[in-house]
Write a protein that binds this ligand. Structure first.
Ligand code: NAG
Ligand code: NAG
Ligand code: NAG
Length: 506
């Protein structure tokens, strides 16, 4: 999930702080974007940036309709620095719901794994995100060409086209890598195009689409109480108390609300119930983000840090620690205040101006309405947040923004699981890697489904952590997990040597 820019190659364009572009948007996606941005910029760079180039592929806008002549430009990156042709493998980093920069072929997976096997490293930006947005691509008429199925067709066509451009022989196995949604794409690329993709490593891949994702907050709650990452039951209770205090104060008179607005640094008035819900959503994202990106470079707060703040000032009232956490996160993200306007959030989702932001907020929301759901609710008894946020309110947004009815969203989510197989995809040679701290892991494959469908659940590990460059402070589970990824790849690449042969053998 490494994204964003290497200044040498791209100039200042991609480096503009993306969160200045808009003030709405979810705090959780902002946090994710910040983490990826910082990780792309920091740490050691593997190999020589001069062996990295970017390029463009013309791809059909509708690959399933050969009489539609329209096409769009899709961006890719290539790192030839480690490649040992003719039969070195190809490591393909599949992009997800954001832009991809040159660091996507330089570090983390698969850049870090490339030298050992002499791999050619490629990355492909997802259609409709980053710089691969078709003309007028954010308008509703065009968005129907945005789906995981289209993205997989792009992967297949890119395999063939790039094989031609880089003279990749048939004896070079293609290994797909990806994290989060792109991890699902990596698994599905192997599932749907097994003649092109030899194997896949799917990191934190929520392959099960789910309308009501209340289990997200069940894991958030459990992780806040997990001593392995600096949490405690006391911390979990304190977070729940803070949110119940928020709920209480929001239902009191307008003067209490005005005081609360300045206390939590909300950007606007908290009088309207929908703006109150928006504020609660952002604060839930702040806590969820500390869990999801626990112990990652670039994350302003992890579970340990959040719990420390929340518990340190508990004697001064239940909101005291949360206030400090808000301050820290706003500062890190460069935000003047906490977005709390439902109207602004709606306006952002409706905005069709082509900004090459890495957030892709509108596009991703479209994909949740048409494929995945993933609407986080607070139904679980252990959920520490406000219970005001309902599934139907979130489904209403699909209707407000795209005119899609709740029934159609529910049907789309069911179809996604029918089409890909949910948690039993039945693909061979896919390694599913997850962390037990990560709220997304519950939608992934956690146990091996057979000898060629291995899975691991790493203790003390958060979302996509295995893809980041290793650090001495990594939990032992993550350290071990990385070793097992290498061992598994060794096995599959040996199998490729036997099955695909090298041109000299034939
Ligand atoms: C395929 O493309 C042609 C030409 O743009 C168009 O007329 C036709 O309606 C399309 N078919 C489908 C099923 O989208
Ligand atoms: C392509 O690679 C093959 C080996 O796989 C080599 O024999 C051939 O000369 C290469 N062609 C070009 C144009 O580089
Ligand atoms: C609260 O509401 C009352 C009555 O509607 C109004 O007179 C007062 O000015 C309001 N106070 C604030 C702080 O908005």
């Amino acid at each position: 999930m490494a994204r964003a820019a290497l200044p040498l190659l791209l100039g200042p364009l991609l480096l503009a702080p993306l969160w200045e572009v808009s003030t709405a948007g979810s705090l959780l996606s902002r946090l994710g974007d910040h983490v990826r941005e910082v990780q792309a910029r920091s740490g050691q760079r593997l190999g020589d940036p001069s062996s990295v180039t970017g390029g463009w592929l013309w791809q059909p806008l509708d690959p399933f309709n050969s009489s539609d002549p329209r096409s769009f430009r899709q961006r890719y990156w290539v790192n030839v620095g480690h490649w040992r042709p003719p039969d070195g493998p190809v490591f393909l980093h599949i992009g997800g719901e954001g832009s991809l920069g040159p660091s996507s072929v330089l570090k983390g997976h698969p850049g870090a794994l490339a030298p050992h096997w002499g791999a050619l490293v490629l990355s492909l930006e997802h259609r409709f995100y980053g710089w691969s947005i078709p003309p007028r691509g954010l308008e509703e008429a065009q968005l129907r060409f945005l789906s995981s199925r289209h993205a997989l067709a792009d992967v297949a066509s890119a395999c063939l086209r790039l094989s031609g451009i880089y003279n990749i022989s048939a004896s070079s196995p293609w290994i797909a890598f990806g994290g989060s949604y792109a991890g699902s794409l990596a698994a599905w690329a192997r599932l749907k195009y097994p003649h092109l993709i030899w194997a896949a490593v799917a990191s934190s891949a929520p392959v099960q689409a789910q309308l009501d994702f209340s289990s997200y907050n069940r894991v958030v709650s459990r992780s806040l109480a997990d001593p392995a990452v600096g949490g405690s039951p006391k911390c979990q209770r304190a977070v729940a108390q803070a949110f119940s205090e928020l709920d209480d104060r929001l239902s009191e008179g307008n003067e209490t609300r005005a005081a609360l607005q300045s206390e939590v640094r909300a950007c606007g008035s908290l009088e309207a119930p929908e703006d109150q819900a928006e504020l609660l959503e952002q604060l839930e994202g702040l806590v969820g983000g500390a869990v999801q990106y626990d112990q990652q470079v670039g994350a302003p707060l992890d579970v340990r840090g959040l719990c420390h703040l929340i518990l340190a000032k508990q004697s001064r009232g239940p909101l005291s620690g949360l206030r400090d956490a808000i301050q820290l996160v706003l500062q890190t993200l460069g935000l003047p205040c906490l977005p709390s306007s439902k109207a602004a959030a709606l306006a952002e989702l409706r905005d069709t101006s082509p900004q090459a932001t890495s957030l892709g907020y509108r596009q991703w929301f479209y994909q949740t309405c048409t494929e995945f759901g993933y609407y986080v609710t607070c139904k679980d008894p252990g959920c520490p947040f406000s219970r005001r946020k309902t599934l139907s309110a979130q489904l209403q947004l699909c209707a407000q923004v795209f005119g899609l009815s709740p029934t159609s969203v529910a049907q789309a989510v069911n179809w996604t699981n029918t089409y890909y197989g949910g948690r039993s995809p039945g693909a061979t040679r896919v390694l599913f890697v997850n962390g037990n701290i990560d709220p997304w892991h519950v939608l992934s494959v956690l146990q091996a489904l057979g000898p060629s469908e291995p899975a691991m659940l790493l203790r003390g590990t958060s979302h996509c952590s295995d893809m980041a460059p290793p650090r001495p402070s990594d939990p032992p589970g993550l350290h071990l997990g990385r070793q097992r990824i290498v061992q598994q790849l060794e096995v599959w690449l040996q199998e490729a040597k036997v099955d695909l042969g090298s041109p000299g053998d034939q």
